[in-house]
Design a protein around this ligand. Sequence first.
Ligand code: ATP
Ligand code: FE2
Length: 327
Amino acid sequence: MKYIVGIESTAHTFGVGILDLDGNILANVRDSYTTDEGGMIPLDVRTHHARVSDEVFTKALKEAGVHEKDLEVVAFSNAPGLAPCLLEGMAFAKKLAKRLNVDLVEVNHCVAHLVIGESIGAKDPVMLYASGANTQIVAYEGGRFRIFGETLDLGVGNFIDTVARFMGLGFPGGPKIQELAEKYKGDLLDLPYSVKGMDVSFSGMQTKIRNLISKGENKERIAFALQETVFAMLVEVTERALAHTGKNELLIAGGVGCNSRLQEMCQKMCEDRGVKFFCPDRSLLVDNAAMIGYLGLKMFQSGMGTKDYDRVDIAPRERTDEVEVSW
Ligand code: ATP
Ligand code: FE2
């Protein structure tokens, strides 16, 4: 039996995933950079990845019960992301592929977040991709993942993380804001609701929240209003994309998709419209390497692997809709 290994390193997480060649996930190990207060510093993250990579790899092999010599392909996320982090992952992937003399596959991290939805049965969904750096409403059309709407400024996860940092809560902020919001029982604080056509924007809300925090406003009240307002904006544009495309499935993707209030609001909208709702497990929503292996396998099987290692490179700014879907 042969296997594929996926490697993820685009931002805060270093991960190794191992799948068999039918796409079954055998291991999905990750180690993420976190802080108690303050945000994420790219060079510190790179140091983190370099420190944990061997250990994460060994753990994944062990969990999968796979020997290194049985790896037939190495897939890694070469785009998009923080250059120092991408370089660390690529160095690890190249070294491994050379040692094993196997094909290397370059995988776009954002597209991997979307394609993993197939593993839970989504066939042709509208996708709400809500993560740290990205906020996009996507649907597959004519060989590409088309972006129907997106953020005009910050990614929703980065926005929430920034608010958490203002509150002194550390990184990642999403789960901490959710916790605060769940404790709040009261009225809905008014925050700027900013939907422009199919796009959303968060900078106005960020300024307002920063002022509220400096005036001593209750943090739970802010967290609650943030979730209600931001998620209503996302659900509104997602619903419009469903109406426009006529598709009857919704897939949630990316780390912010872990938020139970966002899931609940999507679920409700889908019920009202008679649309089937797909939400992957948390381990496949946040940054992870199983999704890199999953898409890498499809690409490898359609001939997109290479042993010309020197031509393989990172592409820190490659967008979701620049990837040609030829698998
Ligand atoms: P991208 O995929 O755009 O490159 P990323 O790789 O940083 O971004 P993910 O790992 O997919 O993103 O998501 C991380 C984000 O998810 C962080 O901003 C984090 O705060 C957020 N997040 C995680 N759990 C929750 C939650 N329960 N509620 C809200 N946000 C959450
Ligand atoms: Fe991600």
